[in-house]
Each structure stands twice: as structure tokens, then as C-alpha cells.
Design a protein around this ligand. Sequence first.
Ligand code: 5GP
Length: 260
Amino acid sequence: MKKGKKIYEGKAKIIYATTDKNLAIQYFKDDATAFNNQKKTTIEGKGVLNNRISEYILSNLSQIGIKNHLVKRLNMREQVIKLVEIIPIEFIIRNVATGSITKRLGIEDGTVLKEPLIEYCLKDDALGDPLISEEHINAFEWANKKEIEKIKKIILRINDFMIGMFRGINIKLIDFKLEFGRLKVNGKNEIILADEISPDTCRLWDSMTDKKLDKDRFRKDLGDLIPAYTEVAKRLGILHEQSNISAVNVTKLSSIKKRK
Ligand code: 5GP
């Protein structure tokens, strides 16, 4: 399998075709964007950490039977993935109210929700990923009712699993974003989890101090994003306790191919 031409470039990732028409290569960039691309920078090493963290979480989800697009990590910045037809919806799952919901509805920041809340946003940068309802999804045929019911069940299982996984390493899973795609299996569409799960797409707070260990460090100009993502990777056991990942180290690491 060889890397082919670029088929899609998003804010934080690039997807390349391969010589296998069913597979693609997902490349993790160091670019960080927020507020609908109004705030942009490059944070050296972010892509390397997200690649590792997302690989870890998606492999664990596979092990509990949650089908997803990850085939294998190729190297420090790339993974082989199954090529799917992405459903144009960002699925947001909230356990604690913070971020856009507090501004939109005037809810107090940090309010613990009595059950997980699922929100849908249309995946459209030009429109600023607007909030939509199930009725919109149905009316404009972005997904059918059966697909949404299936996705909601998968989301709740992922949320339960990830709350437990992060609780075990003293991190609170506040909220996160998921994307799903359609995979053709024997002529039928199957729904599988796609994209990435990382501190770029989740809000993760230290259980004791509420210190933010996610992309809010960039959004809110808190600094020290790489040390925070490294802390998540260390607690997950992906990086050794003693490894001190600075941006420079991560860049060096990114040039070392994964050994078999
Ligand atoms: P909020 O709606 O409060 O801005 O975000 C809710 C959760 O979804 C956060 O964990 C946030 O990181 C994630 N999220 C929502 N939209 C996006 C997006 O376009 N890109 C990324 N990386 N994460 C998003």
C-alpha cells in the first residue's frame, strides 16, 4: 500500500488516498485553530501527541466492540484508516456544561448534567458549524432516523467507557466531539466511528484541581498545551513517566518511524 494524493485537508488533519481504494492515510498536523478559524497557530508536537492518544483510545474502543476507522498507526504522525463516507454532523456529548452551551443558554459554567446531553452541529466551517436538531437532520437527509438511533446508542457506550477510562487516571471527561461515517460492507452501509478522539476534541479536567488538559489551553490563551497533552499521554500509559516531551523532543520523535 502506497501513499497517494491528498483527498481532503481539514484544520488539524490531512487525508491521503492510497493504492488500496478502501484505505486512506490520516496525517495529524500541528496546526491549532479556534473560533471558526479566527484564531490560528502552529504548536510543534501537537499532531504527534494526538496521533498517539487517538490511536490508544480508538484501539481500546475496538476491543469493546465499537467499530471504528482505525486500521493501524503507521508512524508518529500518520495512521491507516478505512475510507468512509463522513456523515456531515459533529456529535457533541456533554457531561458537564462549559464552553458554547454556557454562552448559548446562560447555564452556569461547571454545572454537572444529570445525564449525558447529545447535541448535533452541521459540519460546515463556512456556516460556523451551527447547532441543528434531529428534525433538521431528517428534513435535509444528512442521516436517516435508523442511523441516528444507532449513533446515539454507540455514543452513550463510548461516553460510559471513556468516563471510566479517564476517571481511572484522575481526569474528568467534561465533553467531546465525535464524527461517524458510512462503510460499505457486502453492499450495505454500516455506521462506524471516524475522525479522532484526543485533547483537541475533548475537554479533560484534572479531577483534583480542574486544571484544563485540553485544547482550551489554546482557546483561552492558558499556554503550556504540549505539557498538558503530554500529561494526558503519560497518565494513559502511552508515554513513560520519565519521558519529558518538549516541543523539540516531539519534533525529533516525529521523524522516527514506528518500529515493528
Ligand atoms: P463547544 O461546543 O463547547 O465549543 O465544544 C464542545 C466539545 O466539542 C469540546 O470538547 C470541543 O473540543 C469539541 N468540539 C466542538 N466542535 C469542535 C470542532 O470543530 N473541532 C474540534 N477539534 N473540537 C470540537
